[in-house]
Design a protein around this ligand. Structure first.
Ligand SMILES: [Mn+2]
Length: 222
């Protein structure tokens, strides 16, 4: 394996994702890519995003809340109302136009994870976790892992007092756009990295080299 990258919420912005792969000269056979979730909804090309990521040999997908809605739809045929009004309507229309993708993408999401911990004890999770209780007690809790918005707030306090989350060497999350701090670059608080730089909130899509922390960004072009 060559380099290791992490990418924030893509949300259907396929052209922007391709621009980043081009910028880092991403090697589909050698490099590793970890997605922090939310591949679909809001942007124009959710189907193309998933189809492209399927070509990468070393790819790890951590499930986002939008991905979970999509997964539930593919598995049970139920499109949740809260999903269809937040981009899901277009995704359902895209599957109706290309029904053969349904089984393929169901399989794709079946293989995704609620979190990933690498050999260097780095945690990759879509939204966060409850830092007051052991991670082991919540590792199947979608309500926390896919929806949390308390970890980054705790991290900003930790940053001020020079503290860190002890269970992991580093933590990478998406879900809460850095625009909440009026920034469009990855935010590093304590040992937490916020990687959703808000491509669908007037921000950018970001891909980072996990080892060097060099990062590349693309504004909306589609
Ligand atoms: Mn998101």
């Amino acid at each position: 394996m060559n380099r290791k990258f992490v990418i924030g919420d893509i949300h259907g912005y396929h052209r922007e994702m391709m621009a980043l792969f081009e910028a880092v000269r991403f090697d589909y056979n050698q490099d590793l890519l970890i997605s922090l979730g939310d591949l679909v909804d809001r942007g124009p090309n959710s189907m193309e995003v998933i189809e492209e990521l399927r070509k990468i040999r070393n790819f790890i997908h951590v499930l986002g809340n939008h991905d979970d809605w999509c997964y539930q739809y593919l598995k049970y045929g139920i499109a949740a109302m809260e999903w269809t009004c937040q981009g899901g309507k277009e995704v359902v229309a895209a599957y109706n136009a290309s029904p053969s993708l349904k089984a393929i993408h169901l399989d794709f999401f079946e293989k995704s994870r609620l979190f990933y911990i690498d050999e260097e004890s780095r945690l990759f999770v879509h939204a966060g976790f409850d830092w007051k209780t052991p991670f082991n007690d919540q590792k199947e809790n979608k309500e926390i892992l896919l929806w949390d918005r308390t970890l980054f707030a705790a991290a900003s306090v930790y940053e001020r007092y020079g503290e860190r989350f002890d269970e992991f060497s580093e933590i990478f999350i998406g879900h809460t756009p850095t625009q909440v701090m009026r920034k469009s670059i990855p935010i590093h608080f304590s040992n937490l990295w916020m990687m959703d730089t808000g491509i669908c909130h007037g921000g950018k899509l970001t891909m980072m080299d996990i080892e060097t922390k060099n990062f590349w960004q693309c504004k909306r072009i589609s």
